[in-house]
Design a protein around this ligand. Sequence first.
Ligand code: NDP
Length: 338
Amino acid sequence: NKQVILKDYVVGFPKESDMEFKTSKINLKLPEDSNGILLKNLYLSCDPYMRSRMTKHDRPTYVESFVPGSPIMGYGVSKVLDSRHPDYKVGDVVWGITGWEEYSLISSPQFFFKIEHTDVPLSYYTGILGMPGMTAYAGFYEVGSPKKGDRVFVSAASGAVGQLVGQLAKLNGCYVVGSAGSKEKVDLLKNKFGFDEAFNYKEEKDLDAALRRYFPEGIDIYFENVGGKMLEAVLSNMRLHGRIPTCGMISQYNLEQPEGVHNLFEIIAKRIRMEGFIVFDYYHLYPKYLEMILPHIREGKVSYVEDVAEGLESAPAALIGIYSGRNVGKQLVVVSRD
Ligand code: NDP
């Protein structure tokens, strides 16, 4: 069983050498007294929050740190090879938190969703039909309270979450602008995902001026994925009673000292509602979300771009790549296609 192991807690930007491979024997039959499931992992998801699990925290946070010397854990799509648990049978395909390894023994499988719809690519359950999809949906609708005609700005807009937020905003009759870190991504936003406008934030000397250009009347909803200087520029451009579904702040995840945001008073002056959220508080809405999104995918009304890394060997590079924007679309790793 080949595994990707976290060698030690990470300080600063993670590197491939923070991880190593280990191969060990695994019994592909569960013992009689087990109450668990044995999974064959097919697709692994590279998600920005995993950086937080590589840090040793000095106070409790919403996810536990990884254990150095053990496999990295993350969302994945897996097939049930053996089951001693009444809710799962051999041959089921599930998505949930699994190990970065070929096979995973899950002793108490409470956090898996069974995959019922297999007419769409299975890899989508690492993205649009999995955790990032639910994040976009919950953040935009439940936290963002969108109205038709709202002016919406999305940062990290070509990524796993952002590309869907933009498309949901368009379906909802909003004007939507996205920022991303390359020309290729900006083209995707405009030509594939139907954003009204998009810009490369790395080429803008003055983010405040860029936002004023696209939002002369201000922003109603900012779907926050990056934090830092972008947040500061956005706060100056928010409209009265604007909403900021605060999803992530990837620009801060590898900094030992987070950047300051100096204009938080805008939140008061403009009566902005800035609300952080974590996707797992909204998983009860998953069936409702699937009902909404599956027809859109089948009819081609919503598209989804993936960045696919082949083989478990490519997983460390794929994971660290998301912190420098190397990924174009949802970053995932194929361990096995069946
Ligand atoms: P992406 O697929 O968007 O990958 C990350 C992207 O972030 C990169 O491709 C890069 O794109 C951008 N990025 C990286 N570093 C920086 C930086 N320093 N400044 C600005 N942009 C940067 O990831 P996801 O769509 O999966 O996640 C997007 C955000 O949503 C993250 O902040 C994540 O933590 C958050 N999230 C929150 C959840 C929740 O429950 N609250 C659940 C899931 C995700 P570019 O080339 O455009 O710079």
